[in-house]
Write a protein that binds this ligand. Sequence first.
Ligand code: ZN
Length: 298
Amino acid sequence: MIVGLDIGGTKIEGVGLDSNNYQTVVKHREPTDKSSYQAFLNSVMSVIHVVGEQGNIESIGIGCCGSVGNDGLMQGANVTVLNGQDFIGDIQRQINVPVAIANDADCLALSEFKDGAAKEASNSCVAVIIGTGCGSGVIINNGLVTGLNKLGGELGHNPLPNFSPDKDGAPVECYCGSMNCAESFVSGTGFARTFSDKYFVADSKQIMALHAQGDKRAIDHLDLYCDQLARTLACVVNFVDPEVIVLGGGMSNIDTIYPLVQQKLSQYTFTKSVQTQIVKNVHGDSSGVRGAAFLHSL
Ligand SMILES: [Zn+2]
């Protein structure tokens, strides 16, 4: 059995997949205890033990924000008790199997490449999460690209291509310190912010409810959003040229974006008739745990 864990700020979800057919053998979730590192580690081990009661654990993959620094210690995790800790080592001292960590976008890419929306791709796929933020996971030649600086796939913090105040609104500073990051426009948060700046305060759901009623402002805004997303994804095509781009996160559930983005994509790519398909993820919220489980099996 291969095991995947998805660690979030509120819950830790674990899944055990049959290593031959990837069918789910067991699922278990517990609240994330963030009161101290030891308490957090105990809650992670508790999930692993419950999952391990259903079969022999061959490997553990962990989907988690943050990364392992060159010193082997965790950095940049939003579950802050994790930072500066030898998280992988501490798990392996309790259960001696291979343990690896990747972020949520990497897990989405793995999950969809292995047996989801990109399973027909022979060796490449890029997954882009458009949710609260915007991140991506890149698979080239059947391997996940993490990179020297652990920045592989930080698509959301490239500047939005062809930014124009007339079209895209006033320049905006990202929390990362850069101006006009793509994330500030193509994330779900960005979609709501740019609408609220232009018309009136509304969240994504309210904008899409107006869209369903035929409201011209909402229709125009979704069209602009798809243009911004097409500009962002055109960079992916020009640079990596993957066989498939899979979308995940809240905005990926809006089915009307796919034909619009697909149609606009070729306006911004080097070749004006790209074949790259932009598709919705298949595994939805399960992508995190499933992709984590596949971390050892590419
Ligand atoms: Zn940024």
